[in-house]
Design a protein around this ligand. Structure first.
Ligand SMILES: [Zn+2]
Ligand SMILES: [Zn+2]
Length: 496
């Protein structure tokens, strides 16, 4: 039979007898709800399916998607979890409840942080479902089962995770600086015909971290022809756009006689430890008085801090940074809270979750600090992106004396409110471009994990960058399946 008499393949428009391809379906519509399903069809017509991450949709518009798993939990071969943020792992217990029994590969650090994170989220979801009178899609045993399925892998170790009839899949977890334990993942899919399809999932990515070191991506990985699935949260922000104000603000406010208590809302994991370490460095530099008490209030955050402190080698923290708590730092118990509130006219700092102010113990302090009118002024300093509907978002949009609603209470804003974006755990566009430029042969870059407008603009930025050798750039929208052969992307299909 000559080539002409062969029918065109409907999947890839090639005259090929044996097809080897991978269909990738990233479920995220915008930022949250990370889950990419990869379905591999080998040339012997056998198949393998796996997922990278299984997070919750947190944007209000997409809450209904939390009920939809885009794979059969009983049939997938393995899963990978890049890091323990809830928009990447919170739906694993739901999949387990529905029969998932495969291994979940993740880093040693994420394994340590996973249970407290999922257990806390279980309690939050349970409270919400009781309040809203909705059904909980999983129970506490499913959280424990997730822990049992976890298979930790050391960074940079190539691990065979699928092997049938010479069809193989290898994964390599690459440490990245997004948060403690975070990784990117290189996936090397090999067909019995020796052809390969390679993916590099950045996961949530950052280049450097204040507390731990990251290793370089191994050279052999950079030399593979690869399809990169990349996050793009800050795809329209460049390093130069970000002003560093936190240390200056804290130094000024804490040395000015007219100011007293400062409240710093933080995310329990990573931001809390970063802020505490910055305050310690300021004390050592002499820009923050060591006599000022720093109160650290947050049970889950303390659990994370203890895990990180006790396993500094696993998290790659050098010895001199291991002890990241500042001097004169007191962990707050219920009894010390009233003492703090009685001293709002004195200089003290409170570091407490949640990062956007609405949850955790922050509202407890904010209720007194927002309207405080004493001899001196209090302030709140946010240290990350604030969604407009959260307490942080509303405070940043308010003018002095505006009424701020906090759980129904209307509080006049008499304290000062500050913010900074300098501590984002996501890489800015220039750092993402720098990452791609290290790869020697990129077939496709698929942009995901970003707002729609950000993803579209970032696609243009990538295509305009001469340092990046890429054939195609695609934008994932939660509605498209992308087919890859060993040559790169061959076609896209709508899921509907
Ligand atoms: Zn993340
Ligand atoms: Zn994320």
């Amino acid at each position: 039979m000559n080539n002409k008499s062969k029918p065109f393949c409907t999947c890839c428009d090639r005259h090929e007898k044996n097809h080897f391809y991978a269909d990738v379906y990233p479920q995220n519509k915008e930022v949250t709800g990370s889950c990419a399903r990869v379905s591999v069809t080998y040339s012997d017509q056998s198949s393998a399916t796996f997922i990278v991450d299984l997070g919750m949709f947190q944007e209000a518009d997409y809450h209904n998607l939390n009920d939809i798993l885009i794979f059969n939990p009983k049939e997938i071969n393995f899963a990978v979890a890049t890091h323990v943020h809830m928009d990447h792992v919170a739906r694993f217990p739901i999949a387990v409840h529905q029969g998932m029994e495969c291994k979940i590969y993740t880093t040693l650090g994420s394994q340590l942080l996973m249970f407290p994170a999922l257990d806390d989220n279980y309690k939050i979801q349970l409270t919400l479902s009781e309040r809203q009178n909705t059904r909980m899609p999983y129970n506490v045993h499913d959280v424990e089962k997730v822990e049992e399925l976890i298979q930790p892998c050391p960074f940079h170790k190539r691990t065979c995770v699928y092997n049938k009839n010479n069809n193989k899949i290898f994964i390599t977890l690459i440490q990245n600086a997004h948060i403690f334990g975070a990784c990117s993942v290189f996936i090397n899919i090999i067909d019995s015909s020796k052809k390969a399809i390679n993916f590099y999932f950045t996961g949530d990515y950052n280049k450097t971290h204040r507390l731990f070191r990251t290793k370089k991506i191994p050279k052999d990985i950079l030399n593979f022809p690869v399809n990169i699935l990349t996050e793009s949260t800050y795809g329209t922000t460049f390093s130069n756009d970000v002003e560093k104000v936190f240390e200056k603000n804290i130094e000024r406010l804490m040395s000015d006689e007219n100011y007293s208590t400062g409240l710093i809302p933080v995310f329990s994991l990573d931001r809390a430890q970063n802020i505490l370490y910055i305050l310690k460095q300021m004390q050592e530099k002499g820009t923050l008085d060591k006599n000022i008490t720093i109160y650290y209030d947050g049970k889950l955050s303390k659990t994370y801090s203890d895990i990180i402190y006790n396993n500094s080698d696993i998290f790659n923290i050098p010895g001199y940074k291991k002890d990241f708590l500042p001097y004169n730092c007191q962990y707050v118990s219920t009894s010390t809270r009233s003492q703090i509130l009685n001293n709002l006219d004195k200089k003290q700092l409170i570091v407490t979750p949640s990062g956007m102010g609405s949850n955790g113990n922050c509202p407890f302090y904010a209720r007194y600090i927002i309207p405080y009118q004493g001899k001196k002024k209090c302030f709140m300093h946010f240290v990350g992106h604030q969604e407009p509907r959260t307490l942080g978002g509303r405070l940043l949009n308010a003018k002095p004396n505006d009424l701020i609603s906090l759980n129904g209470l209307m509080l006049p804003l008499r304290s000062e409110v500050y913010e900074t974006q300098e501590m984002s755990s996501h890489a800015t566009a220039d750092k993402l471009l720098d990452l791609y430029s290290k790869f020697n042969k990129i077939n496709t870059i698929v942009i995901t994990h970003g707002e729609t407008e950000t993803k579209n603009k970032f696609a243009r930025t990538i295509l305009a960058d001469k340092n990046i050798k890429v054939k195609d750039v695609a934008v994932a929208d939660g509605e498209t399946i992308m087919r890859f052969s060993s040559y790169g992307m061959v076609k896209t299909m709508s899921v509907f």
